[in-house]
Design a binder for this molecule. Structure first.
Ligand code: SF4
Length: 411
């Protein structure tokens, strides 16, 4: 695929951000509307526009909910309607390029986008639920130095149709190839924790949230959806105002000094701003905001780091999820030991803070938290960070375990 590359400063935030490579794909996005972005009401309008009876809208939506978006596979609609949909709409904004299956049932999908580029999506099945972790951007502009996705060149926001299409494609895969009987084979939860910063793509994410929660559509309760953000505080407030789903924060440090390094957006929105946004976020009774804390050996797992974290947390509304660092090639950090993570969690609990160490999922296929990066882009950007730059220690990747962060607020 032909591409051209440019280096530009951070487009969205401030000069303190690290310059980021942006990849532009030569393919122009289709001007056609994407079928997965249609609600039932919009399908009714579309049928009216093209002279089809209203009941066809429900038929098309029923197929979409089974994961089928190609009109030629919608067996109970007429050939004329199939042709109209194909001509007027972009029915499949992405296609499966590769699927990898973990020994624990986790599946990682590489999807190629019709407009160019690719993204990864992860299915995390358990006994009673199956969670789809969707990407919201192609790469990420935010450059958190411990995150593999952050090393990928950024090439754009996903549309609502492309986000929903990830969920539909996983549904189709589960229908075609169900999981072993001990695992749940229907999508029950969606988390925005894949590639990208969801709240840097408010248009695509907000529209897709409404489609996920649409009572005539995918019908997911807001309690089964989690958006994870690095802390774009004005956008957190807007999310709470319009679509107050479960919220997870990539915190990773309880002091501004350290968080400025680990989560550079903190230079723009420091912890005091984040605290105010979290305190104002609407929470149903007995729900909590999840604070994600990836544990880096000698970096954020020291006694002073624990004290800073404990000082930041509001125990009445928040819980801490300690995450094993997920190794990736040339990663400049080492993960804290399992034993140390358990001790860290116990010390938080002693301070009356809910803290858990998350179970590892999908690490054998690089599907765990912070490990997503679309393979087509891996070679486009060489990782230039060094242990000296970050103060981290190099460590054999095979010695580091990891976990998938799911957001414990989910039912
Ligand atoms: S942790 Fe999230 S916000 Fe930071 S670089 Fe990775 S994907 Fe982007």
């Amino acid at each position: 695929m032909a591409r051209k590359t440019t280096r530009i400063g951070s487009l969205l935030y401030n000069a303190a951000m690290i310059p980021k490579k942006v990849v532009q794909h030569d393919e122009k996005p289709s001007e056609k509307r994407q079928l997965p972005s249609f609600s039932l009401v919009e399908l009714y309008a579309e049928m009216k526009n093209i002279g089809q009876p209203a009941f066809r809208a429900r038929q098309v939506l029923d197929w979409m909910q089974k994961g089928i978006t190609e009109p030629s596979q919608m067996r109970n609609i007429s050939a004329e309607l199939q042709q109209q949909l194909t001509e007027r709409l972009l029915c499949s904004p992405l296609s499966l390029a590769e699927r990898q299956c973990s020994t624990d049932g986790t599946r990682k999908y590489l999807f190629r986008l019709a407009r160019g580029g690719s993204v990864e999506t992860v299915l995390i099945p358990e006994e009673t639920r199956a969670t789809v972790c969707v990407s919201s951007q192609i790469g990420c502009l935010l450059d958190c130095p411990f995150c593999y996705t952050g090393t990928q060149a950024f090439s754009g926001n996903l549309t609502a149709g492309e986000i929903i299409a990830q969920v539909l494609a996983v549904k189709a895969d589960l229908r075609d190839e169900p999981l072993p009987e001990n695992l749940h084979s229907h999508v029950t939860h969606v988390v925005y924790m894949g590639m990208g910063e969801p709240l840097a793509n408010e248009t695509g994410v907000h529209q897709s949230l409404h489609l996920l929660m649409d009572e005539n559509g995918l019908k997911l309760s807001r309690r089964r959806i989690t958006v994870s953000t690095s802390g774009l505080t004005p956008a957190i407030t807007r999310l709470g105002d319009t679509a107050p789903v479960n919220l997870a924060i990539s915190l990773h440090a309880g002091s501004d000094t350290l968080r400025d390094e680990l989560v550079p957006i903190n230079r723009k929105y420091p912890l005091a701003d984040l605290r105010a946004a979290l305190d104002a976020y609407p929470l149903p009774v007995q729900r909590h905001i999840t604070l994600e804390y990836v544990m880096l050996d000698g970096i954020n797992d020291r006694p002073q780091d624990l004290a800073a974290l404990a000082h930041f947390v509001n125990p009445a509304r928040e819980r801490v999820n300690l995450i094993h660092f997920n190794a990736w090639p040339e990663s400049p950090y080492a993960g804290s030991s399992k034993q140390h993570m358990n001790t860290f969690a116990k010390q938080l609990i002693r301070k009356s803070i809910r803290a858990t160490v998350r179970r590892s999922r999908g690490d054998d296929i690089m599907a765990a938290c912070g490990q997503l990066k679309s393979q087509t882009d891996i070679l486009l950007r060489k990782v230039t960070r060094t242990p000296e730059k970050t103060g981290a220690k190099q460590r054999n990747a095979s010695g580091v375990k990891n976990e998938h962060e799911l957001g414990d607020n989910n039912e």
